[in-house]
Write a protein that binds this ligand. Structure first.
Ligand SMILES: [Zn+2]
Length: 500
């Protein structure tokens, strides 16, 4: 009898060991003394893919230089099939020199395959893209091999890496997303100022005014307090993502509101989407790599824990907002020019003092936490894009906009913008093209069929308005590639179709 029970527990130990044996990521095997190369990452992902059960590895595209872009799909059933689950996407290392996102993502992959974390997948289908910019990573550079900043490419979508990510999103319509980065606090200006930022993690929510109000409120009022506590309980410091400064030299704002990045390009589609930034090493070094990777992993894990617990709340909110986006009834105001504004509040920000070598709270007087609209348009029924403008058509195709047959709108009024003068406006020190125009209102469609019609009643409806209104400070015409759309003395080639 004694022998039997000994044998039994011995078998238990063996089976537990087998179950718990998830291979360690390269960074762990290297004692965090070396960055994980693309080859090591590929081999590790292949190894994980052989683990039975949860994980399926998919190649979602290729980088400029042909390297694989991996998606790790975790699901306890068939991915995306059980619609009661919440779908989450986390992607890291759009910027190749921000290495801890990738290292943290690989740590997370190992964690998620441990039996004790399996409960998460009762509620979640999860995709992890550990490395969106392998070409940049290999040479430790921010940009991809075409010299493009991928995190400014989510609107024009010209790069294979961002196109692959958005194809993935379009396929599954994830309800929650997170874009993982690093910030560098070690700049010379801050050094001169005597302090620097020192949080392990900074968390950013959606700040664009056209992202659904309900989503922004839940992020700011519920998620942020949760994640700050979650990180604190695990010994990582965190703060709201607030670029700018140093205080009293430059103002501090609450993030950018452009929709061309990995957070707000999904937020504008009614997604509970975030940016997380871990602290970089000095001069992009591997300094502190273990803590940096673990901090990033803990923040990512925190998002999974939050949506696991708040699945119904987030799913209900997102599906409600997405229904509004898809309905043609809204006709609401869409802000196309905004600024950061103060609201009388001051900010107490924890900064590391170069002098005392300690963290202290610094009060920021020039603090602009509010985004304020300075110009808005009413949402139209949609836009007519001329078929002879190949790069606009290609763009619409890359963004996978829904198109509607022209005959359904043949009785509508449309507006043609005649560009009279191209001015530029100064938005917080940045010069943005600011055209003046007169408008012609016409009834009935142009008789030729030289246009396609893209309606605003779709998931990307607000993105469409922000991209195509000629005065939009976030619009296509602000990009060099599309600057020719605005020419003084000529009509703007895109026509605006009115609701009535
Ligand atoms: Zn970055």
């Amino acid at each position: 009898m004694r022998r039997m029970s000994f044998l039994f527990s011995f078998l238990q130990v063996i089976s537990f060991t087998i179950l718990a044996q998830v291979p360690s990521p390269p960074s762990v095997n290297n004692n965090f003394q070396k960055l994980t190369s693309y080859t090591e990452l590929s081999n590790y992902i292949e190894l994980l893919g052989k683990q039975p059960g949860l994980l399926k590895v998919e190649i979602i595209g290729h980088s400029v230089k042909g390297r694989n872009l991996y998606a790790l799909k975790f699901s306890s059933s068939v991915f995306g099939q059980d619609t009661s689950k919440i779908k989450v996407l986390i992607f890291a290392q759009q910027h190749g020199n921000e290495q801890s996102g990738k290292e943290g993502a690989l740590l997370l992959a190992r964690e998620l395959l441990k039996p004790e974390n399996r409960y998460l997948f009762n509620n979640i289908d999860f995709v992890l893209v550990p490395q969106l910019n392998p070409d940049g990573s290999e040479v430790n550079k921010r940009r991809n091999a075409n010299g493009a900043d991928l995190n400014r490419n989510h609107l024009i979508l010209t790069e294979p890496e961002t196109i692959a990510l958005h194809r993935l999103f379009d396929r599954f319509l994830f309800e929650a997303t997170m874009d993982v980065h690093e910030y560098s606090p070690f700049g010379g200006e801050w050094r001169k100022y005597g302090y620097r930022k020192n949080s392990d993690e900074n968390i950013g929510t959606n700040t664009n005014l056209d992202v659904a109000d309900g989503i922004r409120k839940l992020q700011d009022n519920d998620y942020l307090p949760f994640i700050f506590n979650y990180l604190h309980d695990r010994n990582f410091s965190s703060f709201t993502y607030c670029p700018g400064g140093p205080p009293e030299i430059d103002y501090i704002r609450h993030s950018t509101f452009d929709i061309n990045d990995g957070r707000q390009s999904f937020g504008i589609q009614g997604t509970f989407s975030f940016i997380q930034e871990g602290m970089n090493g000095r001069d992009d070094s591997i300094e502190n790599l273990q803590r940096r990777a673990e901090g990033q992993m803990t923040g990512m894990r925190g998002l999974l824990e939050y949506v696991y617990t708040n699945k119904v709340k987030v799913k209900t909110l997102v599906s409600g907002e997405r229904k509004k986006l898809a309905s043609s009834a809204s006709g609401q105001e869409i802000s196309i020019q905004s600024v950061h504004a103060a609201n009388g509040q001051s900010l107490k920000i924890p900064l590391f003092s170069y002098f005392s070598q300690k963290d202290s709270l610094v009060t920021v007087k020039d603090y602009r936490p509010v985004v304020k609209s300075v110009s808005a348009v009413r949402e139209p029924l949609g836009y007519l894009i001329p078929k002879d403008c190949a790069e606009l058509l290609d763009w619409a195709l890359r963004q996978s906009f829904v198109e509607i047959p022209l005959k359904r709108i043949s009785d509508k009024k449309f507006i043609q913008y005649n560009i009279t003068f191209i001015d530029s406006a100064d938005f917080e020190g940045e010069k943005v093209v600011d055209p003046r125009y007169t408008i012609n209102i016409r009834k009935g469609l142009p008789t030729d069929t030289g246009f396609i019609f893209i309606p605003t009643s779709q998931l990307k409806g607000k993105m469409l308005v922000l991209a195509l209104e000629p005065k939009s400070m976030l619009g296509l015409a602000t990009y060099e590639k599309y600057a020719h759309l605005l020419q003084a003395g000529k009509p703007y080639p895109v026509l605006r179709v009115e609701k009535k």
